[in-house]
Design a protein around this ligand. Sequence first.
Ligand code: FPP
Length: 256
Amino acid sequence: MFKGLFQNTKNNSTKIVNIEDLNPFNIPKHVAIIMDGNGRWAKGKGLPRIAGHRAGMEAIKRVAKAANKVGVEIVTLFAFSTENWKRPENEVNFLMGLPQEFLLKEIDELNEQNVQVKIMGFDENLPEHTIKAVREAERRTEKNTGLILNFALNYGSRHEIVHATKSIVHDVLEGKITEQQIDERLLGQYLLTKNYPDPDLLIRTSGELRLSNFLLWQMAYTELYFTSAFWPEFNEQHFIEAIYDYQQRGRRFGAI
Ligand code: FPP
């Protein structure tokens, strides 16, 4: 049983939220997550930053379980951005080793939970061992039919849109498509998310209130949810609260 205090952002009332409070007919299909605050969590405990990233992997396991339980179909996690290369070399190297450490260690449990692991991002600059580990995890879970756990790795939204634009120009010049065919739907087909619906809900942890170049095109109508919890603290209860908050929103997609 999940229990926690839910602060209604509209009228400031508080309510205890548990999983039974969720409307099973209004579960977000696709939840995107910016896993932020690993470094600050570690610092607060007097630990090196990489201890925060390691603790963050436990949070990924908790969220995958919770998402499966409530019926979310896709969780897209911002694991490494095209801007994260600016971090100190030792931290980048550590982050590049995490897919091996996490995916290969957890693969049996992920398979037991029927989870499909997917990787979304640009292979350029990624070390060979990282690419190998993620491809192997994809291969070993490709027959599963449950939650899609989609890791955005070396991903940046502007880079993705530039890449899509170049591919469209290329295909027009090659005569594969015409200029008249270019519309929002077609552009979406050139993005890395072409197989997924747009996120219904974005969760960002650690109290930061920005999108940081994550899924900018795809999140035009996504509901945004920010929590002050650091990512390594994030648990099933936080996830349930985010979904409950989402269910209080009226989504109009520009209509009245
Ligand atoms: C942000 O916290 C977190 C990251 C940049 C990396 C998140 C990655 C993981 C939790 C693991 C990914 C796992 C796999 C399998 C790919 P921060 O370091 O920016 O924290 P800070 O803002 O407090 O410094």
